[in-house]
Design a protein around this ligand. Sequence first.
Ligand code: AHR
Length: 324
Amino acid sequence: MNRRVLLLAATALGFGASSMALAQSLPPLEKKDSYTVGFAQMESNNPWRIAETKSFHDTAEACNWNLIATDAAGSAAKQVADVDSMIAQGIDVLFLPPREEKPLIPAVKKARAAGIPTFLVDRSVDPAAARPGEDFVAFLGSDFIDQGRRVAEWTIENFKGDKGIIVQLEGTTGSSPANDRKKGFDDAIAADDRFEIVASQTGDFARDLGRQVMETLLQAHPDVNIVYAHNDEMAIGAIQALELAGRKPGDDVLVVSIDGTRDALQAIIDGKMGVTVESSPFFGPLACEVMNRYADGEEIEHWVQVQDRIFTQGNAADHIDEAY
Ligand code: AHR
């Protein structure tokens, strides 16, 4: 009987102290030649998500996974249901990018109760409700607060005007990158009184919504001269709105962002965008490596941190061929 079956049996039978100790340890992962792996994607409406899903599919071949991949089409409720279905299909391991911090907690807890080692990839959940090393094995991803801080620092160093009037386009409300990228940027920009954030509104990480929100905010704040978008898709949408309104991104408006997509690097090369701090979607190989270490019995660090580069006029052309 493997440890997962033992764990389920002990929990079901309501064993006393010994079952408590067992239930508190993370579910083990048996060493095997091939694994059935679940990857519950949240949506596929932008190049970043498509690149992340492709990275898992490419890795499935290289890592000998039988991959079950789903697409929640932008619905946290569907993402929870997708995880339920994967548990029912008997996955060995779950990789989950939780769309929002709180609604995905039940999915994490159900996978834990079913004895399935779960790794959060790219986004995390509310740490007050679910913790690495207990409810899930680890979080694999970037430091989103640091990304926002680095954009702010670059803006402080490179903005040429006397007074920076900033509009912020936030990511999906309640998601860890939206919360943290806002915090990192807001805290760092507050240190310089040349800058004022006059509006901060969600564009849901989507190009079209970013464009629409920018159109509306431009009417309320025609004097805006800096746009900080939480991702490149919204930055590109904002550039479209600015150009439609007769503004000149790169000239009379500084656009700054996060991700490193092909379109953003091209906008930097074209002089329409100032900077994008990298947030890599290529999680497949890292997922395979960390999962194998876990199966070998290694204790996994609670946060497997990804290091991010920064793309500007100085290096965008060198990296556009590797972009997505
Ligand atoms: O969680 C990472 C963010 O989600 C990326 O910045 C964004 O483009 C994606 O949708």
